[in-house]
Design a protein around this ligand. Structure first.
Ligand code: DGY
Length: 417
């Protein structure tokens, strides 16, 4: 078994090997481009040994920002036939080839962490980035709110691709006319760890619909059957906006209107509390129905500044049932599948975001979340995700954000800088 020191060396090497010059790919083969939230978490990892490179990662991400403020979930910097769907399927209209949906906005929160490591060197860079971050957040506020909660319009947008949250809406989609296409993901990793063909037909059908509507948000609001108010987006945007306000004030920048926006997002976050489940849940914005899902996104409430005794009880129970981290779906739930992507596996970066929130609240579960994440990586390496019942590695290997989370959080003792 590798020691903690050699794991850190390995982690740095993964970041360097997956560096494509100013941006990092999540892992060779399976994900050969720049992914939005992967990249932001990776920047936090780079800040452990190269602060300039950390800022550069975020700056490259914003070279893909669309005129309306949206920051795409994938930037296709260089063509790679090993990935599907590529830029031709998306039909994006941004400054560089990209997908046409976004991903959870963690960039402001990671920028804040990077800045705190070296305020002097980062101040000017943050000043340049801040209006771009704000424009992205404003885009969410303009197009994606449901009772103040933030909606996703494609499962890939939440980053939790095949989470059980989406099952009911996906079942209502008839992917008629989707045509023939060749998946590439299952040529890189075992199909039992990936979304099914049933899921993929619907993912592609949704992309084709957006492309047909030229990604016009007003038209999509009318026509897209997939619109779900989601705890991932809601909690992470609320947190990111808090970080932006705080930083803007400290740097003496214009932050007018932000406090009101935060209040609105707080209402939205509160609206995701499902009293029948006693948990934060996601809600179908088209029908108002709850999806009835306790997921690892439900546990991002602390990061957003919201404490909940009931949510902590769910987390405690989950951590007792599975030994190797926070399961992405309730281990008691009938759909729990310990190896299938977002239907059970534990993800190091989600554990990091959950753990950070718990630590800030001085919660008794905080150290446990960090320790189990450290242990699963120490024993099993830098997998994309892990089976939470036995810790076995799953999905892609040599994964960038798992390595970044090790460097910036999991390998350290709580309270260490
Ligand atoms: C994929 O291709 O599986 C990605 O999750 C889409 O972002």
């Amino acid at each position: 078994m590798l020691t903690q020191v050699s794991r850190s060396e390995e982690a740095r090497n993964i970041l360097l090997q997956n560096d494509r010059g100013g941006y990092t790919i999540p892992t060779a083969g399976l994900y050969p481009y720049q992914w939005n939230w992967d990249s932001a978490i990776t920047a936090m990892g780079f800040a452990e040994f190269d602060n300039v490179r950390a800022w550069q990662e975020l700056e490259t991400l914003f070279t893909g920002q669309w005129d309306d403020g949206m920051v795409p979930h994938i930037l296709f910097h260089k063509p790679d036939p090993g990935y599907f769907p590529g830029p031709d399927v998306w039909g994006g209209t941004g400054p560089i080839p990209s997908s046409s949906i976004t991903q959870p906005p963690v960039a402001a929160t990671m920028a804040r962490i990077i800045w705190e490591k070296d305020r002097g060197a980062g101040a000017d860079r943050f000043k340049v980035l801040l209006p771009k971050l704000r424009a992205w957040h404003t885009w969410f506020l303009s197009w994606r709110l449901d009772q103040g909660a933030v909606c996703v319009t494609h499962p890939w947008e939440a980053g939790r691709d095949n989470a059980p949250d989406w099952d009911a809406v996906m079942a209502r989609i008839d992917p008629v006319g989707v045509g023939e296409y060749q998946r590439r993901d299952t040529s890189h990793v075992d199909g039992s760890m990936r979304p099914t063909k049933y899921d993929y037909d619907r993912y592609i059908w949704l992309v084709q619909m957006g492309n047909r509507l030229k990604w016009d948000q007003a038209a999509l609001l009318e026509e897209n059957p997939f619109r779900i108010a989601d705890p991932t987006m809601t909690f992470l945007l609320l947190r990111a906006h808090r970080d932006l306000l705080r930083t803007g004030e400290e740097l003496g920048l214009d932050t007018s209107g932000m406090a009101e926006e935060i209040a609105l997002l707080e209402q939205g976050a509160a609206s995701l509390w499902n009293p029948n489940l006693n948990s934060y849940d996601s809600r179908d914005a088209k029908t108002g129905e709850w999806t009835g899902t306790i997921s690892n996104a439900s546990y991002l409430c602390w990061l957003a500044g919201l404490d909940s005794k009931e949510q902590a009880e769910h987390l405690e129970r989950s951590l007792q049932q599975v030994q190797f981290g926070v399961a992405s779906y309730d281990p008691n739930g009938e759909k729990f599948d310990s190896k299938r992507y977002w239907r059970g596996p534990t993800w190091a970066f989600m554990n990091f975001l959950i753990g950070l929130g718990l630590e800030e609240h001085k919660h008794s579960l905080a150290s446990h979340v960090r320790e189990v994440t450290r242990e699963v990586i120490r024993q099993h390496g830098f997998a994309e995700y892990f089976d939470p019942t036995d810790g076995s590695p799953a999905g892609g290997q040599s994964f960038t954000w798992t390595a970044a989370v090790w460097l910036g959080w999991a390998s350290k003792e709580q309270g260490a800088a």
